[in-house]
Design a protein around this ligand. Structure first.
Ligand SMILES: [Zn+2]
Length: 238
């Protein structure tokens, strides 16, 4: 049997296949067609990745500004904190399994927001959904439309990573405090990692005329590993 060959690569365009003693000629992919298929598949993958990452940013990033910070843009790429946080990201599956987040605290301008965002973006790049916003943004989002925002509740309960930036500034606003309490409680019950940044240490959140009650502080303590950020003044990043 003479089998037709591709004019370009010279490979057979058909192959003999015997089924139940009956031999047929079936089309096969020559080298050109295989290359074409591979290219198509790569394009589809790239398209899916692109759309997925946009989707993730749009849904969980309450402020798109958080998306810009990466370890690659850190001032000191091999500082202890960058190494520690990269290690946290490398061990993300374990962190997720045991529900361990990070509580970044330290003075204003040390880069807490920057570092929390680096983790968020690294985890997002692994294909995980991340909910990230400042405490104020989260409260506004949570209470949008003068009622309960069910989508927000779903995200707090289901997203593998959640970041609350700059907690503690809501001091004195009873309504904001109670919504924040509810959000943290919900996250705690969901047993999923939470990353928090604050100018206040955990004990400052509840000691004396504390900002939050002891219950919330102890929940944060149960969920997050405290990490003091002492870096030089970054100012623009908080
Ligand atoms: Zn060919």
């Amino acid at each position: 049997m003479v089998i037709e060959k591709c004019a370009v690569c010279g490979e057979d365009l058909f192959r003999e296949v015997t089924i139940f003693d009956k031999t047929q000629l079936l089309r096969r992919a020559c080298a050109c067609r295989r290359a074409e298929l591979e290219k198509e598949e790569k394009e589809t993958e790239a398209w899916k990745r692109h759309n997925r990452s946009r989707d993730i940013i749009d849904k969980g990033y309450l402020n798109k500004g958080y998306a810009q910070y990466t370890f690659a843009s850190a001032d000191e790429k091999d500082s202890k904190i960058v190494k520690d946080l990269k290690q946290y990201c490398d061990n993300w599956d374990k962190a997720k399994a045991v529900n361990r987040g990070v509580y970044f605290f330290g003075n204003y301008g040390t880069g807490k927001t920057f570092y929390a965002s680096c983790i968020a973006n690294e985890i997002r790049n692994k294909g995980e959904y991340v909910l990230i916003g400042s405490a104020a943004e989260l409260v506004r989002y949570f209470t949008r439309d003068y009622g309960r925002n069910e989508e927000a509740e779903d995200q707090v309960r289901r997203y593998p990573l959640m970041v609350i930036d700059d907690i503690g500034v809501e001091r004195g606003n009873e309504n904001t405090l109670s919504v924040m309490n509810e959000i943290i409680d919900m996250r705690y019950m969901a047993k999923k990692p939470l990353i928090v940044t604050s100018n206040f240490g955990l004990e400052e959140l509840y000691k004396g005329s504390g900002i939050y009650g002891e219950r919330i502080a102890s929940r944060l303590e149960a969920m997050c590993v405290p990490y003091k950020v002492t870096g030089k003044d970054r100012r623009k990043n908080g």
